[in-house]
Design a protein around this ligand. Structure first.
Ligand SMILES: [Zn+2]
Ligand SMILES: [Zn+2]
Length: 266
């Protein structure tokens, strides 16, 4: 392991190196996360690596999902996109072990890391350092960065292109800087927590997923307006199995309408 700061065992975010665990985890004390009833727990990259590994799953041409098994903290997936213009890592995992380093190097390394929002910051500074690549975080979420790094680049505005052929859109809602990644060539949308694919294969839009606090109609309509302009066939949310693999653009549009109907009924 190349990083040695304590990890929050509940959300997976890493803090700067210290002798003793931090007193608090700001991410978990926020209403969009939670502190376990038995109190906050901490672990280290070494402990994590001793009991876990990362699994790699082919999702579609050029798109691979990475997840830590057994599940750790929030349990999100990260995605490795392999394109003609380079490789991009969307979101991040806390575990960066030697096997992951070797496998990802074998797949061509990483040219850019883009974070959808602070819940998946994980050990992003260590990944950026290991693969010597930029880490893009929206400037609106800069206060949530726990470990500073010269690799982190704060981007501003509502759209940017980290690699040719990949577009990142800041849509807000869940976090002020929350963003999605669109891969037009493949009709693919990676959503982070901007939306969660529901068991009926539609989408919900929550300000806090663990505490079931929905986003308001105005924010969801804004997200809908941002996504309506994109050609989206498949949408992958942060969790395994939570994806829409057919006509995702239409399904998301219907989901926006369903959500707004539900929360404006009196
Ligand atoms: Zn935490
Ligand atoms: Zn989140």
């Amino acid at each position: 392991m190349r990083s040695n700061g304590f990890l929050c065992a509940t959300c997976g975010i890493q803090y700067p190196p210290s002798e003793t665990p931090p007193a608090h985890c700001a991410v978990c004390e926020d209403e969009r996360q939670f502190v376990p009833v038995e109190g906050q727990r901490w672990t280290t990259p070494g402990e994590l690596a001793a009991g876990h590994c990362n699994a790699f799953r082919h999702m579609s041409e050029g798109l691979m999902a990475l997840s830590t098994v057994p599940r750790f903290a929030i349990g999100q997936r990260a995605f490795l996109l392999r394109t003609a213009h380079g490789n991009l890592l969307w979101d991040c995992l806390s575990l960066l072990d030697e096997a992951t380093l070797e496998i990802v190097e074998g797949l061509g390394g990483i040219d850019a890391i883009v974070l959808s929002h602070p819940h998946y910051f994980a050990t992003m500074a260590a990944w950026g350092e290991a693969f010597d690549c930029p880490i893009y975080v929206h400037a609106a979420d800069r206060d949530w960065v726990a470990v500073e790094s010269q690799h982190i680049i704060f981007w501003e505005g509502d759209q940017f292109t980290p690699l040719a052929g990949l577009d990142v859109y800041r849509v807000g809602g869940h976090f002020p800087g929350a963003c999605v990644l669109h891969w037009p060539e493949h009709g693919t949308l990676l959503t982070g927590d901007t939306l969660l694919v529901t068991p009926d294969r539609m989408a919900s839009f929550m300000w806090s997923y663990p505490n079931n606090i929905p986003l308001g109609a105005r924010e969801v309509e804004h997200i809908g307006a941002c996504l309506r302009r994109l050609q989206i066939e498949r949408a992958y949310s942060a969790f395994a199995g939570r994806e829409i693999l057919l006509e995702a653009g239409r399904v998301i549009e219907e989901s926006v309408q369903r959500h707004c109907r539900a929360i404006t009924q009196s």
